[in-house]
Design a protein around this ligand. Structure first.
Ligand code: ASP
Length: 307
């Protein structure tokens, strides 16, 4: 059984731990289908503290807790509606809110927020996104979705596409993929928003075959998974750079025609124009399945941390 104290970054998970969590998520899926809810966490309280907007992450954590019989207290827009607006440090806020619950789920607007919180928190902290840093629970559900489809991760070819510089989901996913014998990772982005150097070095250290491209079309025929992402407008100081990156990697008819029949299309959502709505009908489109898997994976994680 894996043991976790805090969940701050993707690198902390071993390959075995990831597989264990995938099995636990699968059990949660059955549980939800058969009985909807259970009561394993009936005496537990989760504190949800979000400094940045969220639809799926916050609501799936809250739903996961409720389905496990636990309860939660929650603050969205914490930049404005917490004592942050009165000048309180993250460390002080965490020490206060940790006394209200058994786990803290934190989304912070700056990289390193979860790590800082974990240093002072007496209860487990889960990183629900720290600025342009990481989003490990999204990567867990991505790994689960990929594994569920192919029954393996080893040997696959995966394209990470879009704003790889600011996209925290692709950072966490690349770290987790590095634990497997991936056949190849394609890093597809405009050069100005390429994958951070430390992540590329990590892939090298883990002997992952990777290739950097700025065009999706020529490699589309070769991939098993296309992981598309939004250009993260909120992190651009220079709007012209944002405009340069925007709209470059649309899953056009041309790209779709190149993709293998068994390939899958993933996206952490929200999407902008990267995936036209008509792609939703294509059996290769799996981004709404990812959303559902997020609930099961977060149930698995909460149970592991709190039971
Ligand atoms: N929902 C994801 C995140 O919070 C992806 C995105 O916002 O583009 O990082």
């Amino acid at each position: 059984m894996i043991t976790l104290t805090h969940v701050t970054e993707a690198q902390q998970f071993s390959r075995e731990g990831l597989m264990e969590l995938c099995s636990a998520a699968e059990r949660m899926k059955q549980l939800v289908r058969e009985q909807g809810c259970t009561n394993t966490l009936q005496n537990k309280v989760m504190v949800v503290l979000f400094y940045q907007p969220s639809t799926r992450t916050r609501l799936s954590f809250e739903s996961a807790m409720v389905r496990l019989g636990g309860r939660y207290v929650s603050t969205e827009s914490a930049l404005d509606f917490s004592s942050h607006s009165k000048g309180e440090s993250l460390e002080d806020t965490i020490q206060a809110v940790a006394s209200y619950g058994d786990v803290v789920v934190l989304r912070y607007h700056e990289e390193g927020g979860a790590e800082r919180a974990a240093r002072v928190s007496p209860v487990p902290v889960i990183n629900a996104g720290d600025g342009p840093g990481q989003h490990p629970t999204q990567a867990l559900l991505d790994i689960y979705t990929i594994h569920n489809t192919f029954q393996r991760i080893d040997g696959l070819k995966i394209a990470l596409v879009g704003d790889l510089k600011h996209g925290r989901t692709v950072h966490s996913l690349a770290y987790m993929l590095g634990k497997f014998a991936i056949a190849r990772i394609y890093l597809v982005s405009p050069s100005k928003v390429g994958m951070p150097g430390e992540l590329v070095e990590y892939l090298q250290r883990h002997r992952i075959d990777y290739a950097i491209h700025d065009n999706l079309l020529p490699i589309a025929h070769d991939v098993d998974v296309v992981y598309t992402t939004r250009v993260q407008r909120e992190y651009f100081d220079d709007l012209s750079e944002y405009q340069e990156a925007y709209g470059k990697y649309v899953l056009s008819r041309e790209v779709m025609a190149e993709l293998k029949r068994e390939a899958i299309i993933l996206h952490p959502l929200p999407r902008n124009d990267e995936i036209p709505p008509e792609v939703d009908q294509d059996p290769r489109a799996r981004y709404f399945e990812q959303v559902r898997n997020g609930l099961y994976m977060r149930m698995a994680l909460l149970e592991l941390l709190l039971r």
